[in-house]
Design a binder for this molecule. Structure first.
Ligand SMILES: [Zn+2]
Ligand SMILES: [Zn+2]
Length: 700
């Protein structure tokens, strides 16, 4: 009997031992997968469980602390960091992060002590410098605050976020002229930074610099066309301007043909397949509203009825003709205001020289379509104009694909980037055309294969053309990427932020074999991102990546920060979701890359989950934040009310497929070829050449 008991006890001990050994091995990964898929409380519990098993290991505490931080449970997060500090009391990273939590909880003196200690160990600890500068700004220690922030700026001079935060500090001190200076600097680094443009406009208006304020609000509308404050303020300021709008913001006018090397290849390129491109479209791809259009051609043009084939008018070189939308019809007038027809169906504008000629649309200051407000526009090929009932004039550019690409490549990448990058861009843009054309495109119901906005691929026509990009199109003529004999889904984006997402990780993108997740780095330099703490430190810092190539790519897109007031975010969310008062918002799910795949929003009326990439970006900023790759901090007043949200982000765009800045880094820094670039971002695809098959004769 005693013997049996001993055996039983032995088994019991063994099984406990085996059980705990297994937990230690797997719970780290399990905790991380809980984290990624949004079981945040479970994830934190797992990490704490792991911490108890390994009381000398600091990592599980750090991970638990970050999971709690993401959840907005700052007290639990503080506790976990304090536990970590018991293990490593002088760890600057931990001191600093605890400092940040205290800062956001409005416990400024405590935060200041923690940052001080972190900086004692590491005087150039960049996040501690930012923290100390921010704390002193709240304690109204002007000189100290600015000193710390400026030290940060000398260590990371290209980061637009630091200029923005210094400006915030100056606004806190009511030193508006200084704030103005730093906002201008932030905008120089990143013109799309509307969260910096709005306060700058406000400061100008405050200082009675009405022209400048008007200009800034106008530029906000370039990025967020319906921005309510900007739209309202433009009207308010219009009566106070001391200069003509044209003097404040000179429009772009086309004065003559582009000064480019002759594209001999135009003759060859002309033989490709034809595409229909919607012009002046919104970011959904839908036609903008055009009530009036003014157009001309340097060589003159013909106007032909699309269905009848009838010649309605001939315009001499440089004559400016007008098309107006009236009662469901397009009304065409010559320069002398003579009406040449009222059309219920499409008409075609054909330049006399079909190869070299193009149509120029003159800018119209009060155009209802922002596309035509600040710049003349010009397109090769044929322009089709048609009435869209109740809306205005629809515009479609009918153009040979290779010619279309001459306008796409320089709109999508910088024409001075390494040549191999331009070639890679030409190949994937061409592949996109075939994919969209084959299916009739997402815009079939609107009558075109592709729109000209970011929705499909940006196409700004002739004015963008450059020799380098023209050559890249010609040199890669007919080349596309294929997978198993079919055009590949060559998605691309501006800047991934250091880590590509797999298509299958993102809701609605499907499981495409060659759209995999990986770091945007040479294979031998890739390090696994396998914990919340690692991700947190990575997004807060300036890690190496192909798309982090200063001199080639804009640092402002690689890492960014936005501070959004609680009431503004609440307003933004309620514009769309009517959740009542915003109580809580936090990232729920993430991809392996760290991109947020679902957002939980708790309001006084309802709780919602947003899980579409563009919708997540849309609620997080004044326009739309650059990407879903971000970590959010909640900043509170002393009484516990939320003051604002600090969003630390990386990248610009959806992060799937090819990273354009990364492609520039690969070609520039690592001397990779277009083929190698494409193999890196679309592994398993092949470079193929298409043969164009054409109908024998074009219809007139
Ligand atoms: Zn589109
Ligand atoms: Zn990248």
């Amino acid at each position: 009997m005693r013997h049996l008991k001993k055996i039983l006890l032995f088994f019991l001990v063994m099984s406990v031992f085996v059980f705990s050994a297994q937990s230690t091995q797997t719970s780290g990964n399990a905790a991380y997968s809980f984290y990624l898929r949004g079981d945040l409380t479970k994830s934190a519990n797992e990490y704490l469980f792991k911490a108890r098993l390994n009381p000398k290991n600091i990592k599980p505490f750090l991970n638990a602390a970050i999971v709690y931080k993401q959840l907005g449970k700052y007290k639990n997060s503080v506790k976990a960091f304090e536990q970590a500090l018991l293990i490593e009391p002088d760890n600057s990273d931990v001191l600093c992060e605890l400092g940040w939590l205290k800062f956001h909880l409005a416990k400024y003196p405590e935060a200041a002590k923690l940052f001080e200690k972190a900086l004692k160990n590491k005087p150039n600890h960049i996040r501690a410098l930012l923290g100390q500068g921010s704390v002193y700004s709240h304690l109204n220690k002007k000189v100290d605050s600015i000193n710390y922030l400026k030290k940060y700026k000398t260590l990371r001079p290209k980061f637009s976020g630091i200029d923005y935060i210094i400006a915030w500090a100056y606004v806190n001190f009511k030193m508006y002229e200084k704030a103005e200076q730093y906002l201008i600097e932030a905008l120089r680094k990143d013109p799309s930074f509307i969260e910096a443009r709005l306060p700058l406009a406000g400061i100008y208006a405050r200082g009675h610099k009405f022209n400048e304020a008007w200009n800034q609000y106008h530029r906000v509308l370039d990025y967020a066309p319906k921005h309510p404050i900007a739209s309202k303020m433009i009207k308010v300021l219009e009566g106070k301007l001391t200069k003509q709008p044209e003097e404040i913001r000179p429009p772009f006018k086309i004065k003559g043909p582009p000064k480019l090397a002759p594209i001999d290849a135009l003759k060859i390129l002309d033989k490709s397949t034809r595409v229909r491109v919607g012009i002046g479209t919104k970011n959904t791809g839908r036609q903008g509203i055009n009530k009036i259009l003014k157009f001309k051609s340097f060589e003159g043009f013909k106007v032909i009825g699309k269905r009848s084939g009838k010649l309605y008018a001939s315009a001499a070189p440089n004559e400016i003709w007008t098309a107006m939308y009236r009662n469901g019809k397009v009304v065409l007038r010559n320069p002398k205001n003579k009406i040449f027809g009222r059309f219920t169906g499409p008409i075609l504008i054909k330049p006399y020289n079909p190869k070299k000629g193009y149509t120029i649309f003159e800018r119209i200051r009060k155009s209802s379509n922002p596309w035509f407000r600040h710049s003349d526009r010009a397109y090769r090929g044929i322009m089709e104009l048609y009435p869209i009932k109740g809306r205005g004039i629809g515009i479609v550019n009918i153009v040979d694909m290779e010619i279309y690409l001459l306008g796409v490549v320089p709109s999508e990448v910088l024409s001075w980037w390494p040549y191999e990058t331009l070639k890679a861009q030409a190949i994937i843009a061409r592949t996109q055309v075939l994919i969209r054309k084959a299916r009739g495109g997402k815009h079939k119901k609107w009558g075109y294969h592709l729109c000209d906005s970011q929705h499909c691929q940006v196409y700004k026509g002739v004015i963008m053309e450059r020799n380098s990009t023209n050559n890249a199109v010609v040199d890669t003529q007919g080349q596309i990427l294929t997978y198993r004999g079919r055009p590949a889904q060559t998605f691309y984006h501006s800047t991934c932020g250091g880590h590509i997402q797999a298509s299958k990780e993102v809701n609605g993108w499907g499981n495409i074999k060659y759209l995999k997740t990986h770091q945007d780095l040479p294979k031998e330099e890739q390090k696994p991102m396998d914990s919340p703490w690692k991700f947190h430190q990575w997004i807060m810092s300036n890690p190496p990546s192909y798309c982090n190539s200063p001199g080639l790519t804009a640092s402002a897109h690689y890492r960014w920060v936005r501070i959004i007031k609680h009431k503004d975010l609440s307003h933004r969310i309620n514009q769309r979701y009517r959740i009542g008062k915003l109580k809580k918002i936090f990232p729920l799910k993430r991809s392996g890359s760290g991109n947020v795949n679902a957002l939980r929003i708790v309001g006084s009326k309802k709780t919602i989950k947003i899980d579409r990439e563009h919708l997540i970006r849309n609620v997080m900023g004044f326009g739309s934040v650059k990407s879903t790759l971000f970590f959010m901090e909640i900043n509170k007043f002393k009484d516990g009310r939320i003051r604002n949200y600090w969003i630390y982000g990386g990248g610009w765009g959806h992060g799937i497929g090819l990273c354009q800045s990364g492609a520039a880094g690969m070609a520039g820094k690592y001397k990779k070829t277009a083929r190698e670039i494409l193999e890196f971002y679309f592994p398993g695809t092949k470079l193929s050449k298409i043969k164009y098959i054409r109908k024998k004769k074009r219809k007139k």
